[in-house]
Design a protein around this ligand. Structure first.
Ligand code: ITT
Length: 192
């Protein structure tokens, strides 16, 4: 089976992507290749950060790899938290603190439109490819559900009645930013 390094420190992302890819590839984690340091994420865009993480692994470990970067973009907050989604509520990257800050900043604001955006950056033998996925929705006034991770309890996808945290991972993956971007990656890899 083909092997690819998934350049992420986030175990939830690995689990979600394994399910979507359906056993077609064997993914190696950063730990599997001995990459224990924190990979820099200092770019101003989601695509820039995804490319930066994949290039870091390719250049330092010489392995074919992909990374992904995701941001939650909230219209009434001028696009925040955006590229700062992981650390929005503080440096400890705590999901509860992140959600608390979003709810605090939005207050009673009526316009709660938002979208998640994922960019996957793939490097195969030095060639770079990117795949994007977006899901539109709104930010709820209170948390709902206990599945998923990150901002899932306050994200209601457009046209749905359940928050991401009220959906099974299968149902979330069918419509999510990461599901869409990963389907594009999957089609690309299977057509090589
Ligand atoms: P990496 O090692 O891949 O960088 P990370 O957890 O730092 O992992 P990101 O920078 O891409 O990941 O994540 C930005 C934030 O968005 C982070 O707080 C996540 O919890 C959150 N997030 C990412 N995907 C999400 C999803 O599907 N649902 C809810 N929140 C999500």
């Amino acid at each position: 089976m083909n092997q690819l390094v998934f350049a992420t420190a986030n175990k939830n992302k690995v689990l979600e992507i394994q399910k979507i890819m359906d056993g077609h590839y064997k993914f190696l984690s950063l730990m599997d290749i001995g990459c224990l340091e924190e990979i820099p994420e200092t770019q101003q865009t989601i695509k820039g950060n995804a490319l930066q993480k994949a290039r870091y692994v390719y250049e330092n470990y010489g392995k074919n790899c992909f990374s992904e970067d995701t941001g939650l973009i909230i219209d009434a907050l001028n696009g925040a938290p955006g590229v700062y989604s992981a650390r929005y509520g503080g440096p400890e990257k705590d999901a509860n603190a992140n959600i608390d800050k979003v709810l605090r900043e939005l207050g009673a604001t009526e316009n709660r439109n938002a979208h998640f955006k994922t960019v996957i950056a793939l490097i195969l033998d030095g060639k770079e490819y990117t795949f994007e996925g977006i899901v539109n929705g709104t930010i709820l006034k209170n948390r709902r559900g206990s599945f998923g991770f990150g901002y899932d309890p306050v994200f209601l996808p457009l046209g749905k009645f359940k928050s991401f945290a009220e959906m099974s991972s299968e149902d979330k993956n069918k419509i999510s930013h990461r599901g869409i971007a990963t389907d594009k990656l999957k089609s690309f890899l299977l057509n090589l």
